[in-house]
Each structure stands twice: as structure tokens, then as C-alpha cells.
Design a protein around this ligand. Sequence first.
Ligand code: HEM
Length: 187
Amino acid sequence: YLRYSRMAEDLGLSEEEVMNNLNFTGTPIGEPIPVSMPKAPAEKWFGKMPPDLSLISRVRGSDWVYTYLKSFYLDPSRPLGWNNTLFPNASMPNPLWEMQGLQHAVHGKPDAPGADAPVIGLKLAQPGNVDPGQYDQTVRDITNFLEYAGEPAALKRQKLGVWVILFLAFLTFLVYLLKKEYWKDVH
Ligand code: HEM
């Protein structure tokens, strides 16, 4: 649902910069950014179509998205070898594993005999190519971008909201004066 033109405007980029560097689909600048992954092969590869993420932070919340990107761990029982503590059995591989490194699950005691041992934590078994602080910052940036994509006008809306409230307060005051004027002769 995010348009190339909106992104250009908000990032202070020219139409040319966006079209040459950020538009991989040949879609005109004023159009929403189309999903470039074809549906049928995606379903074959991942078991389901990767979702459109433009509204994901509105659906799930930014805290969820941030935690999700930090909660992948290796799980040989899954088709792509990855699992996620926040979204168990997600069909998505960890896209940032080279940066983050490889996380392993720490298992607790099974709730009942024969039951699976629950995952109670994650530990970094092999460090990635950036340190954990930098990785957190990257995830924060991605989450921030998705928050922006979900509602590009959010900051403007909040700024405008203050004026709307002030206007309503002023209007209430005027209406109050008007009421006093109408009722002044009635005792
Ligand atoms: C940094 C890049 C990426 C981000 C931020 C991201 C984010 C997300 C999020 C937040 C979801 C959960 C959507 C929901 O609530 O249903 C999701 C699902 C999914 N993603 Fe990604 N993703 C990324 C890269 C990828 C890549 C590279 C692939 C494929 C190679 C992929 C494949 C999928 C699939 C198949 C699902 C559906 C999972 C399921 O419902 O089981 N994602 N992604």
C-alpha cells in the first residue's frame, strides 16, 4: 500500500533516484509498490505466500515485529531449518542470519512425560558479522520503516491533531458565550 512517490517525498529523494535505485518492478512512480515475488512459486517454496508487510506494524504492532526479527532459531525439524519463538512454526527463514548469527533454542523440562520440551530461551551459538547491539539497531530501523510504511502520514496527523483540539476548545468557548447570550433574559 506504500507508493513510490510517497516514499520519494518523505525520504527527500528525487523521482529519478527512486526509479533508478529503489524501483525494481518498472511500475510508474505514483503507483503502490507491487509485490515482486510470484505467488505460485512462493507457495511452493515456503508453503505459503509471504505476506504484504506494508500494514504489518498496524496489524501486529511494532513491538511484535521487532521481537519477531530477533526470535529466529535453528530447528532441523522445520522445512527451512528455522523456527521462531514468537511465531511458532513460521514458514519464513531468518533473512538476517548472517548479521545476527545462529541462535539455538534453550529447552526447559517437558510439561508432561512424552511431551515436547518447551523453548525457554535462545542463545547465540555462532556470532554474526555485526555485534548484537548493531543487530538490534538494524532490526529497530527495519521495524521503524515498517511502522512508517503502515501510515506514512502518522506524524502529520499527530501534529494536525493538536490544532484540531485547540480549534474545538475555542469553538466550545464561543458556543458557551452564545448560550449565555441566548439565555441571559431567562431567570
Ligand atoms: C527483513 C526482511 C523481512 C521482514 C522484515 C519480514 C517480516 C515478516 C513478518 C513480520 C511476517 C509475519 C507476518 C504475519 O504476521 O503473518 C513474515 C512472514 C513471512 N515471511 Fe517474512 N520478512 C522478511 C523477509 C522474508 C524473506 C526473505 C522471505 C522468504 C525468503 C520471507 C518469507 C515469509 C513467509 C513465507 C512468511 C509467512 C510465514 C507464516 O505465515 O508462516 N520473509 N515476514
